[in-house]
Design a protein. Structure first.
Length: 179
C-alpha cells in the first residue's frame, strides 16, 4: 500500500450560497408542494452548484483555492432567477432552475472550469445546468404549485464547500466583481 492510498480526501464543490432569508422562503414554498416522493434537502444546504469537484486530496485544496482566486469576474453581484420547477428523472432530483441562465453566471462557470483545467478533475466534462436541489431520490412527476416559483438568488461571492456527512462547510470564498 502506497502513501497516496492513505492520504485524506475531501468531497468539494464550488457554489453560490443561498442567503438565510432566501433559504427560508424556498423551504416554505417547498412545504406547500406537499411532496410525497423523495428526501427534502435541508434548507441550510440550499445552494447553486457552479462546479462539482468530487473527492480531492486534502493536499490539493490550497492549489485549488489559488486557482479559484485567479478567476476574474465583471459582475459585482450576480442574480439568478429560479423560476422553473423541474424533476430530473435520471438524477432523481427535484430542482428549482432558471428559465434562462444569466450570461454572467455562465461566464463565471466557464472561467472557473478553465482555472481548474490543470487539475484534470474529470474524464468527461458535464454540461452546466444551474439549479438548486429541493429533494433527492425524487421519482414522481413535477408537482403542481399554487404559486409559481420566482426566487432571486443574489450572490456577491462564490464559495468552495466541503460536503461531509450531509453537511456543507465553507472552506473559502472569493468576491465577485474582481475584473
Amino acid at each position: 500500500m502506497n502513501d497516496e492510498s492513505r492520504e485524506p480526501f475531501k468531497r468539494l464543490f464550488f457554489a453560490l450560497d443561498c442567503p438565510p432569508t432566501q433559504r427560508k422562503a424556498i423551504a416554505q414554498w417547498r412545504s406547500a408542494l406537499q411532496l410525497r416522493s423523495g428526501r427534502p434537502v435541508p434548507a441550510e444546504n440550499f445552494h447553486l452548484t457552479l462546479k462539482f469537484l468530487g473527492s480531492i486530496a486534502a493536499a490539493q485544496v490550497a492549489d485549488i483555492c489559488e486557482a479559484a482566486a485567479s478567476v476574474r469576474t465583471s459582475a459585482e453581484r450576480l442574480t439568478v432567477t429560479l423560476d422553473r420547477l423541474d424533476a430530473w428523472r435520471r438524477a432523481g432530483v427535484l430542482v428549482l432552475a432558471p428559465e434562462q441562465a444569466p450570461p454572467a453566471l455562465l461566464r463565471l462557470v466557464y472561467d472557473l472550469e478553465q482555472a481548474l483545467l490543470p487539475f484534470a478533475l474529470e474524464d468527461a466534462p458535464r454540461e452546466f445546468r444551474p439549479h438548486l436541489t429541493l429533494a433527492r431520490d425524487f421519482r414522481a412527476t413535477v408537482p403542481e404549485s399554487a404559486t409559481a416559483p420566482e426566487f432571486f438568488l443574489r450572490a456577491d461571492r462564490f464559495t468552495l464547500f466541503e460536503s461531509h456527512k450531509g453537511r456543507y462547510r465553507a472552506l473559502a470564498e472569493w468576491p465577485l466583481g474582481t475584473a
